[in-house]
Design a protein around this ligand. Structure first.
Ligand code: PLP
Length: 361
């Protein structure tokens, strides 16, 4: 079986539509030209609609983690503190990044557990400059309460930095309404493009609080991104990954054609279909929810049944040509995950669920 026969049903990278691949094969252009400027402007315009924001948006040539680091590194000085909310692998990543730039006030929960808002509020009341949280925790399939965290951030006048890497473009994200000062997304998830780009929105308040921050990362200095974007010909500070920008522009065209409401509805319906199928196969969902959390609408995480280890399950699916994900770190073997991000269609989803049934029975 060669690569073209495989069905990618993991939580990113996702299958890339042929028209996106074709768009990426266009000739190179000068990145300081009107042509590039138009592509970048076009992408930023669509991204504002997807993020639901009037804030500035930039595209970084680097994966989602690059944007996470840009967010933290540009706002957190050595003497500043940040509440890092962790209930999975990517919350942990925020905490680790933050520990390299400033002081971390950890708000830690078991991976897969819901966030306790009272505990987060206690941590915020210690006087943090910012709070960082992952909206859709891909490693555990839980949807964290971004709007509630936004309210708490406002109450304590802290910047709200949100990882929307696997929610933006697939699920509802209201950056302005929720008070998200910095939001980040990766190209290879719900946006449906190849890996390699990340997109980041930045509020005016976040820019104001960047003044005086020491040890800002050079490559992902958001003030440099703003300066270049504000030029007459919109630019990036350094040479952008031009073919990926072609791909991003086309994937954003697809999103605009589908419409965000329809796209969110499709993601939610597909995730619900996965959950119903699991219920009928007696497979338990992994996250434990409380009244503020939800199951992810873009990736479902399930406990591996007693009969089969999660990694063996993943291998057996691969033998059938379907790539799903296992658990990360200490969850390896214990859980398995099915993604339904980007431009996945119903056929792909049904094929995945059917194959899973044959593996399990
Ligand atoms: N944040 C979340 C929620 C993710 O799911 C991922 C990747 O899976 C990342 C951050 C890191 O993104 P990347 O691998 O693009 O650097």
């Amino acid at each position: 079986m060669d690569l073209e026969d495989k069905l990618l049903m993991m939580p990113g990278p996702v299958p890339v539509a042929p028209r996106i691949l074709r768009a990426m094969s266009k000739p190179m252009i000068n990145h300081r030209s009107m042509e590039f400027s138009k592509i970048y402007d076009d992408c930023r315009k669509s991204l504002k609609k997807i993020f639901n924001t009037n804030n500035d948006i930039f595209v970084i040539s680097g994966s989602g983690t690059a944007a996470m680091e840009a967010a933290i590194g540009c706002t957190l000085g050595k003497n500043d503190s940040i509440v890092a909310v962790e209930n999975g692998k990517f919350g942990e990543r925020f905490k680790i990044i933050a520990s390299r730039y400033g002081k971390v006030i950890p708000a830690e929960f078991e991976w897969g557990e819901s966030i306790d808002l009272d505990l987060v509020e206690d941590k915020l009341s210690e006087g943090a400059k910012a709070i960082a949280m992952v909206h859709n925790e891909t490693s555990t399939g839980i949807l964290n309460p971004a709007e509630d965290i936004g309210k708490l951030a406002k109450k304590y006048d802290a910047l709200f930095i949100m990882d929307g890497v696997t929610s933006i473009g697939g699920d509802e994200v209201m950056v302005d309404k929720w008070g998200v000062d910095i939001a980040v997304v990766g190209s290879q998830k719900c946006i449906g493009a190849p890996p390699g780009l990340s997109m980041i929105s930045v509020s005016e308040k976040a820019f104001d609080l960047m003044e005086g921050v020491d040890s800002v990362p050079y490559y992902s200095d958001l003030k440099a991104y703003k300066k270049s974007a504000d030029k007459e010909l919109t630019q990036t500070p350094y040479t952008p990954a031009i073919p990926l920008f072609y791909g991003l522009q086309e994937s954003l065209n697809i999103i605009m054609e589908e419409g965000m409401d329809a796209r969110i509805n499709r993601h939610r319906t597909f995730a619900m279909a996965v959950r119903k199928a699991m219920e009928s196969m007696d497979i338990e969902m992994f996250p434990s929810l409380n009244e503020y959390s939800g199951y992810s609408n873009t990736v479902s995480a399930m406990k591996a049944p007693e009969s089969i280890n999660g990694n063996d399950l993943k291998r057996e699916m691969l033998e059938r040509g379907i790539i799903i994900a296992g658990g990360q770190a200490h969850l390896s073997g214990k859980i398995f995950r099915i993604g339904n991000m980007g431009n996945i269609n119903a056929n792909s989803l049904l094929t995945t669920l059917q194959s899973l049934e044959t593996v399990l029975h």
